[in-house]
Unconditional design. Structure first.
Length: 187
């Protein structure tokens, strides 16, 4: 059994947080985030704020309450980390002629299609393009950063033969042997 849900979530320096009714609101140098912890969403846990830390307590002993306690505690911890340090995700573009460029509030992508793709950057997200083949996505909301990275990757996922496409910087693409190499042994 995980005991992480019992740990308090300490509010870091530079971040102010409080509970307004059933909504946890926090402000920091990277922005402002909120989390709804109402009983309609998370019925098995309650959140309290005392002495600069949040504590998540279970209302009953069940598997669901233990899982909700860990989930809510992790969401609160991600809020505090995102507001103080922020989250980043890096993408790499592999392929001849594939490139990206930042155009204000849009990200322009040339991915081998007959048309360029313009991706609208959501509020709270900052995208930096380095060397036209590296995209750095950063923001305070961990979920939003991951979702934007997944949406951009989905536009041209890496293929297994040549590895062309958009991939995460730490992703390893398992390569397949092509048709010519498989039939070269003869027969």
């Amino acid at each position: 059994m995980s005991r992480i849900g019992k740990r308090p979530v300490v509010v870091p320096k530079g971040v102010t947080a409080n509970i307004n009714g059933t909504v946890v609101v926090a402000k920091g140098p990277k922005g402002e985030l909120s989390l709804d912890v109402s009983p309609q969403r998370y019925s098995a846990v309650s959140v309290e704020f005392k002495e600069g830390a949040f504590t998540v307590t279970r209302r009953e002993e069940s598997i669901r309450s233990r899982s909700e306690q860990g989930l809510v505690r992790a969401l609160l911890q991600n809020m505090m980390t995102g507001l103080s340090e922020g989250f980043t995700r890096e993408l790499e573009i592999v392929g001849v002629g594939y490139k990206a460029e930042s155009k204000g509030k849009t990200l322009g992508l040339s991915l081998g299609f007959s048309h360029p793709i313009d991706y609208e950057i959501p509020a709270g997200i900052k995208i930096d393009v380095e060397k036209q083949t590296r995209i750095k996505i950063s923001g305070a909301d961990r979920h939003l950063v991951g979702e934007v990275a997944a949406q951009i990757r989905r536009m041209r996922p890496p293929e297994p033969y040549k590895g062309k496409g958009i991939k995460y910087s730490d992703e390893v693409i398992r390569r397949k042997v092509g048709k010519a190499a498989a039939g070269a042994t003869g027969g």
